[in-house]
Write a protein that binds this ligand. Structure first.
Ligand SMILES: Cc1ncc(COP(=O)(O)O)c(C=O)c1O
Length: 427
């Protein structure tokens, strides 16, 4: 497999685009540089092709945005139909009401809806609405919530965020209710909202989500579920439907448009009404191609029971991976964890070897065998049983190489490309 054209374009791009990407998680540092594609050129269903013409089974799926498949005919037709009569107008379009009605039918907490383009629009909008509604400034959060100041100030990528802003957001730990109790105890009467990913890769324990909701409400704070990943993936109505815990507000994005840029804040009418006052307003909020795509995507998800398919393929992949690891006596070293529609490969017990090096080798060897691997699987409707079988064959060989490399102890000897780097570096 050659990556000559990718590398040539990278040389050009890096001179005129910082990091040569618009999204850190898509950047060249996330794959073994020199032994991986840097640019993808086209996709169809569950497969993508890079600039050099190499074909891969896709698992990042546009970072979770592709729920049906690349170039999915019904969604493409909806976009093309709308394209023929315009993209953006200067008054609202009926598609806005249509999509809002659809979301209100599907998402348990949704009584009203406001659209955005990125997940970060929705989370920032929900946070501002919560502050306006409660008259409080501070936020408690758990998970990843996008690029805006209010959240990114809590991470190691906080350059450019004023300290005063960072100090307004406090973090707590998943499945650790005491960590949230502490946040409330130390900021009595000041927390506007608890915003969290209802599930990341670990399942909630001991009614964690119910406990968080109870604690938030007892302290006069709103509960916001960030369902940018889990919405239209764990179930149509998101993790709130799956776990039967209904938040006050929820943010969805990614999967709702099969790759088109659209997100949404939904929630209880009484709280959503604050958007009449809160400034959440931008030129492309009602852009029609994405609205049309989202309506077509959601309808197709209902018609084809897409969630069931996403779970089934994801489970086959996850169980298959864990069975392979077990058969190779590597069950404690490499695990595929999470709920089947969104799983992550984790590495433990490596005897001091950097997990990023092991991840690099895993990616390198899986890529060589035709799997676009970043360690996250977002299964979509177009993944076939054949895709899963080919992936597991590739993973079997890949895991055997990892086993050999770990035994050898010098992973570098096995690497053809540069080690991948974490987006959020340790301070
Ligand atoms: C849980 C969660 N919330 C919010 C976001 C931000 O979404 P976006 O990158 O579309 O702004 C992401 C993005 O990965 C996410 O995973």
């Amino acid at each position: 497999m050659e990556f000559k054209r990718s590398l040539e374009l990278y040389e050009k791009a890096i001179k005129i685009i910082p990091s040569a990407t618009q999204t850190f998680s898509k950047g060249a540092l996330q794959y073994p540089f020199g032994a991986a594609p840097i640019f993808l050129k086209n996709g169809k269903g569950s497969h993508v092709w890079d600039l050099d013409g190499n074909e891969f089974i896709d698992y990042p799926m546009g970072l979770g945005a592709i729920t049906l498949g690349h170039a999915y005919p019904k969604v493409d037709q909806a976009i093309i139909r709308q394209l023929g009569s315009g993209i953006s107008y200067s008054l609202p379009h009926p598609l806005e009401t249509q999509l809002a009605e659809l979301l209100i039918e599907i998402i348990p907490c949704a009584e009203m809806a406001r659209f955005g383009k990125n997940g970060s629009d929705a989370t920032a909008g929900a946070v501002r609405a919560a502050r306006a509604y409660t008259g409080r400034d501070k936020i408690a959060c758990c998970g990843y919530h996008g690029w805006q100041d209010w959240y990114i100030g809590t991470t190691t990528r906080s350059a450019g965020v004023p300290q005063a802003v960072s100090e307004l957001t406090l973090t707590f730990n998943y499945n650790d209710i005491d960590s949230l109790k502490n946040v409330f105890a130390e900021n009595d009467g000041q927390i506007a909202a608890v915003i969290m990913e209802p599930i990341g890769i670990i399942e909630p324990k001991d009614n964690f989500l119910q406990q968080v909701k109870g604690l938030a409400h007892k302290n006069g704070a709103l509960l916001i579920f960030d369902e940018v990943v889990t919405g239209f993936r764990m179930s149509l109505g998101g993790a709130q439907q799956y776990y039967k815990v209904i938040p006050d507000l929820a943010c969805v994005g990614k999967g709702m448009g099969n790759g088109m840029p659209i997100s949404c804040v939904v929630g209880k009418k009484e709280i959503m009404a604050i958007f009449d006052e809160v400034f959440y307003s931008f030129t492309f909020g009602g852009e029609c191609l994405s609205l049309a795509a989202s309506i077509a995507t959601v309808r197709e998800m209902i018609d084809k029971d897409v969630i069931k398919g996403i779970w089934a393929k994801g489970k086959k992949l996850q169980d298959g991976f864990n069975d392979l690891a077990k058969a190779l006596n590597m069950a404690r070293i490499a695990r595929c964890v999470g709920l089947p529609p969104h799983t992550v490969i984790t590495y433990d017990d490596l005897g001091g070897i950097d997990p990023l090096l092991v991840r690099t080798l895993f990616q390198q060897e899986a890529l060589k065998r035709g799997v676009l691997a970043i360690g996250v699987h977002n299964t979509c409707y177009s993944h076939s049983d054949d895709d899963v079988a080919s992936t597991l064959k590739a993973y079997d060989e890949t895991l055997q190489i990892i086993k050999e490399a770990l035994k050898d102890g010098d992973i570098h000897r096995f690497l053809k490309g540069k080690p991948v780097q974490a987006v959020f570096r340790k301070p």
